[in-house]
Design a protein around this ligand. Sequence first.
Ligand code: NAD
Ligand code: WQD
Length: 333
Amino acid sequence: MEKILVTGGTGYIGSHTVVELISAGYTVEILDNLCNSKESVLDKIFEITGVKPKFHKIDLLDFGALSNIFREGNFDCVLHFAGLKAVAESIAEPIMYYENNIGGTLNLLKCMKENNVNRIVFSSSATVYGDAGNGACHEDLPAGHGITNPYGRTKYMIEEILKDVSVSNPEFSATILRYFNPIGAHSSGLIGEDPNGIPNNLMPVIMRVATGEIDELSVYGNDYPTADGSCIRDYIHVVDLARGHVAALAKMRPGVKIYNLGTGRGTSVLEMVSAFERASGRKLPYKVAPRRAGDLAEVYADPSLAWQELGWKASMSIDDAMRDTLHYLELCV
Ligand code: NAD
Ligand code: WQD
């Protein structure tokens, strides 16, 4: 069976994908510097799958250590999750973001080239649609215009780098997966989202309100042109997202392919509050706050291409994600 190197494999999406890869029969090695994850995730992966993947605690910016892993690895493919992802931090620390995300990817691509590893799956984001992404996003929309932060620009730039590498090497296969808003946790309750520091994203904030670490949720705006006035996003269960990677791996061919991974359904912030209340049986304290700069009213995926070409579509609901999040937080009712 194929051997896959998963960068960022102890992180939120990476760890769920490692579980699905192992279940599908792949041999997995994980590389992570643990800047936003914990080594104990490996034990949880073992509890779920019965397999503890080989782990390399290294930084993608450490070219020497990365080269050594590749020399010994004999990898068939790389799944590249490792990166920094906090939008507000990227505005405060742009150099760190460009160095880590782009520098790390360039080191990875150099090692892949030196060792004749020609397949990569890259974690991109709906953020690359920029201001073109108001409403349903199809992969054909022009990307890269009106991205509001350095984090988002690193994702777009890496997409462009992968296209250039593909032009230079006819054997190179890159699958770019544009995630919408991943939420939820593994149904075992053993792995889930556990961000360091103050969260920015909606679901981690809801989780901290649920555990009492934050008093109330600020709903950023209730005067958008949507049914209830709050913003609409496409929240996708992280296990559905993880399975999208397994589907993509099986269909890789030379060249660059881009797929949205989303549900195609939009949910408003206030509907997310209601879903939390349904799942937990308790009220979620919130207040309406001013709009957040850079937010678009409504962003959701057109996921039809992934269905047509990969045979993948999301099957779980917001309620499933809320239930699994509560299980992970040990807040089951
Ligand atoms: P995460 O922070 O949980 O996981 C990223 C992992 O990469 C972490 O374990 C971190 O320690 C590791 N890492 C970061 N820089 C590294 C480096 N230089 N060397 C080695 N390891 C490094 O984040 P996530 O939510 O699992 O996101 C995974 C990928 O998906 C990221 O590339 C992110 O940009 C992308 N993405 C995430 C979302 C989202 O909302 N979570 C949406 C779209 C795209
Ligand atoms: C969702 C909705 C907020 C927090 C971001 C990144 C994007 C991608 C996904 C990685 C919005 C509202 C949020 C809060 C709120 N990440 N909200 N109160 O903005 O769709 O995208 O995460 O690639 O790059 O920009 O997700 O979770 O931040 O917000 O009302 O405390 O929740 O206004 O409408 P977003 P989000």
